[in-house]
Design a protein around this ligand. Structure first.
Ligand SMILES: [Zn+2]
Length: 422
């Protein structure tokens, strides 16, 4: 069997035959001869008239340890639909790509599952190539129909690049928190772009939207989707409560430290011996963590605070009682629970908790709406950690477009089929 025949059978490139095989220092170069005469524009329009021609190489999947390239003539056409000269599409690669579709599918499949360094070593391509491939594959797979059956959404901002840059992410509560939209920025203008994409008909069928009420999102949602109930994202409410308890802790620490007569930032030896300071020290995680995840010493910490009838214990109880709102058994009365909580909190005489109770009272209806509609946002909370994982794997250092593509790739339920599975 001739080498060209063997490669032709082995590679089975759609729309082309192998005309020759060369071995050069960069690897194996398979020269292709196109079968069809027609030129197809990426827009779908086609013609037989060639504007000009050139030769291009595409990186294909490795053959053993050797790099494999496809080489073919590629032509340009004067597209009447686009009104300009464009490069024709080829069946084995995406428009504009210097990699074959098979190679890119393998990259996208791996990007869903592993870190970027592994991919660049395994496939011998650059970080930039991985980012560009991800954007192309996602653009091909992302279907506008994902926005059709959208009734209950969660909106949240996520940071990438260590808190300097933000994205706005919209997830579908009814599809396990799958991301349906992501855009650069966290302003009202960012969310406006989501509603623009959604269009008036699909916006009108939105029933509920959960979000952090502190941000710019609530106002935009009320203006653009007046029929959707704005709900307070439970994750952010619990976060507010945790922040209030932490403020109480810091105030208590400062008070006891000054009472022990130690000037900042001097030695803490005397504080360590002071029983009041002892009580406050190292309480942070016991106060913030879910009791189910406590260590023995964290449990002891809370027991000691309770015995001392400490202000920190009272603040912690208030926080946990607020969290109970989201753990009520079926048939529980969230409105009664929240109103009783507000009554207790408003009498507690702990400044940070009083501030919290005022915030909660201001958003009472939106908080209850989230409970009544079952918008737990725990799925979106999971989304936040998934996006952090994307960053840890090395995908967060590029453009917003590349990070957004990774979010769609990993968090919107896209299925990438490997060339070996087709
Ligand atoms: Zn065109």
């Amino acid at each position: 069997m001739r080498a060209t025949t063997a490669f032709n059978k082995m590679l089975a490139i759609p729309g082309a035959d192998v005309a020759g095989v060369q071995f050069d220092p960069s690897g194996i170069v398979v020269v292709l001869r196109r079968r069809g005469r027609r030129l197809h524009c990426p827009c779908g329009w086609s013609t037989r008239a060639v504007y000009d021609r050139t030769t291009r190489r595409w990186r294909h999947l490795d053959l053993g340890a050797a790099r494999l390239f496809l080489e073919a003539e590629i032509r340009r056409l004067a597209c009447r639909a686009c009104g300009r000269v464009r490069t024709e599409t080829v069946p084995w690669a995406r428009p504009g790509a210097r990699f074959t579709g098979d190679f890119e599918d393998v990259v996208a499949y791996l990007a869903q599952r592993t870190d970027k360094t592994t991919i660049t070593r395994l496939l011998r391509c650059s970080w930039e190539a991985v980012a560009a491939i991800t954007v192309r594959v996602v653009a091909e797979h992302l279907d506008d129909a994902r926005l059709d059956e959208l009734y209950r959404i969660g909106v949240d901002e996520v940071s990438y690049r260590k808190g300097h840059r933000y994205l706005t992410v919209v997830a579908d509560h009814d599809r396990a928190g799958a991301v349906v939209w992501a855009g650069e920025g966290m302003s009202s203008a960012t969310l406006e772009r989501f509603f623009d994409t959604l269009g008036p008909d699909r916006t009108a069928q939105l029933q509920a939207a959960s979000m952090d009420l502190h941000g710019a999102y609530a106002k935009v949602t009320r203006a653009r989707a007046p029929r959707a109930r704005v709900c307070a994202d439970p994750f952010h409410i619990v976060k507010l409560a945790n922040a209030a308890v932490d403020e109480v802790r810091r105030a208590a620490w400062n008070t006891t430290r000054h009472a022990a007569g130690v000037a900042r930032p001097g030695p803490l030896a005397r504080v360590r011996q002071d029983p009041a300071a002892q009580l406050v020290k190292n309480t942070r995680w016991a106060l913030l963590k879910d009791p189910a995840g406590w260590t023995d010493s964290q449990r002891d910490t809370i027991v000691r605070l309770r015995r001392a009838r400490h202000v920190l214990f009272r603040a912690w109880v208030l926080k946990e009682e607020l969290r109970d709102l989201y753990r009520l058994p079926p048939g529980g009365r969230p409105d009664a629970h929240l109103d009783a909580w507000l009554a207790r909190a408003s009498r507690c005489r702990i400044p940070a908790m009083l501030d919290l109770s005022r915030t909660i009272r201001r958003h009472r209806d939106q908080i209850l709406a989230a409970v009544q509609l079952g918008l737990s946002n725990s799925k979106l909370e999971g989304l936040n950690s998934k996006i952090r994982l994307i960053n840890h794997r090395g995908y967060g250092h590029h453009s917003a477009a590349a990070v957004i593509a990774m979010i769609y790739l990993c968090c919107s339920g896209l299925t990438i089929t490997l060339p070996t599975e087709r």
